[in-house]
Write a protein that binds this ligand. Structure first.
Ligand code: NDP
Ligand code: 2IT
Length: 449
């Protein structure tokens, strides 16, 4: 059996069957290339057409989302839910509201989510959904009306034992609250159908923090594997949303120095390092006032604002991309390498392009894919589902301890599958193999469904 040829032929079929879906092709290509050693040892996966099946979503739902804006004008958006894989548990994954959302982006995210969720050790399948709705500049009333319209269709396709959405770009605590209220009204059921809920109605402690904290816990494990630590490290963060904010908070707590944050308009560089007080300003700015990162530089004279720029040109030890897909491109990777960076740990999903990953790995920069390092968010979502099922609520300390343990376990599992004879860890290969094996075994055991 020529496994290389089989992988390439299968990839060509995926591209042909899903034309113009570049992000989806990119995600599938990475996983298929990584798992070559597994296929060589498990020809039964090839016989059972696991690759062909795993790259086809089980179900895709697309719907119209009509709503009325504050001027009384009718608006129409597209709504989606991609129920990608339920081999190891109910579909689980976030909702993204951003003007760039299309089927390619949601299929890449749902595909990635399948393997990420497998790594968490919690029984959750993979899914993702969202809309091309742009929340920027919308009033609370508009957000609520849009959320209600979105849920008036989505509710019939989801459920606590079927498919459990959560937040992602443009969907945070406020949006989950409105979505949950509408679900509860339509279904006449108070269940754990969404995660990221408010603490007063079934949410979990530490869920808002979980993705960002988890990224930094993973980084700490990766550093520890090479007898190093976060203390004193200069760190670049991109984004200023949920993941970025709590990654910054945890880096500060662990003694690192955060030099940058960003939003889609530009980047802020603080040579003194962003401390707790400055972070509190940014959280208020982004979560309450819903302003632009530029206003941070206007408030603090030592901070520089660079319109239209990303953080990757600033000299630092570690990069934590926490904004969006393909935000670290080849020239960015080259800049990081030239400035001596040693780690790139993904907070966002697929923020690094394949060319950039290749350059980083060639330069011996430790590269950690999001499906391993950002799995803390969905892990605490899994813990929220457990708490809802038990009708219980655990303390911050209990959930944080469980999150740390989960991130340690993920690191260990990924290292086991990604370590070479010299003791170097290829985190991309390790994550893809460990995630794939669990899903593939479950699919094989359940027959052709
Ligand atoms: P938020 O909406 O809270 O924040 C997103 C941030 O990224 C904002 O600062 C936003 O800037 C910026 N951003 C978004 N799109 C772009 C773009 N096209 N170009 C430049 N900047 C952009 O989202 P999250 O923090 O929740 O998500 C960030 C990333 O982390 C995403 O890749 C998401 O999939 C991933 N992730 C999220 C998890 C979660 O639990 N929330 C879990 C695991 C991964 P602006 O405000 O200007 O749009
Ligand atoms: O990409 C992700 O893992 C998320 N957006 C979180 C998903 C979830 O169900 O908590």
């Amino acid at each position: 059996m020529d496994v290389d040829k089989y992988i390439n032929d299968t990839l060509a079929t995926v591209v042909e069957r899903n034309p113009h879906e570049n992000e989806f092709h990119q995600a599938v290509e990475e996983v298929f290339h990584s798992i070559k050693p597994v296929l060589t040892q498990h020809l039964e996966y090839i016989d059972a057409k696991i690759l062909e099946r795993i790259s086809e979503p089980e179900r895709v739902i697309m719907f119209r989302v009509p709503w009325v804006d504050d001027q009384g004008e009718i608006q129409i958006n597209k709504g989606y839910r991609v129920q990608f894989n339920s081999a190891i548990g109910p579909y689980k994954g976030g909702l993204r509201w951003h003007p760039s959302v299309n089927l390619s982006i949601l299929k890449f995210l749902g595909f990635e989510q399948t393997f990420k969720n497998a790594l968490t050790g919690i029984p959750m399948g993979g899914g993702k959904g969202g809309s091309n709705f742009d929340p920027h500049g919308k009033s609370d009333g508009e957000i609520m009306r849009f959320a209600q319209s979105f849920m008036s269709e989505l509710y019939r396709h989801i459920g606590a034992e079927t498919d459990v959405p959560a937040g992602d770009i443009g969907v945070g605590g406020r949006e989950i609250g409105y979505l949950f209220g509408m679900y509860k009204k339509l279904a006449n059921e108070f269940t754990g159908v969404l995660t990221g809920k408010g603490l007063t109605f079934g949410g979990s402690n530490i869920r808002p923090e979980a993705t960002g904290f988890g990224v930094v816990y993973f980084l700490a494990e990766a550093l520890k594997a090479r007898d190093d630590g976060i203390e004193g490290k200069r760190i670049l963060v991109s984004g200023a949303g949920n993941v970025a904010q709590y990654a910054v908070q945890k880096v500060i707590q662990m003694g690192g120095k955060v030099l940058t944050m960003s939003d889609s308009s530009g980047m802020v560089y603080d040579p003194d390092g962003i401390d707790e007080e400055k972070l509190a300003f940014i959280m208020e700015l982004k979560n309450v006032k819903r302003g632009r990162i530029k206003e941070f530089a206007e408030k603090y004279p030592s901070v520089e604002y660079h319109e239209g720029q990303k953080p990757w040109g600033v000299p630092a030890d570690i990069a934590l991309p926490c904004a969006t897909q393909n935000e670290v491109e080849l020239p960015d990777a080259k800049a990081l390498i030239a400035n001596g960076a040693t780690y790139l740990v993904e907070g966002a999903n697929m923020p690094t392009t394949p060319e950039a990953i290749e350059a980083l790995q060639e330069a011996m920069v430790i590269y950690v894919p999001g499906k391993a390092s950002n799995a803390g968010g969905v892990s605490v979502s899994g813990l929220e589902m457990s708490q809802n099922a038990l009708k219980a609520q655990w303390s911050r300390e209990v959930v944080d301890e469980k999150l740390q343990e989960i991130m340690r376990n993920i690191h260990q599992k990924v290292a086991e599958h990604g370590e070479d004879a010299q003791g170097n860890i290829d985190y991309m290969q390790g994550a893809n193999i460990a995630g794939f094996l669990k899903v593939a075994e479950a699919m094989l055991a359940q027959g052709l469904v």
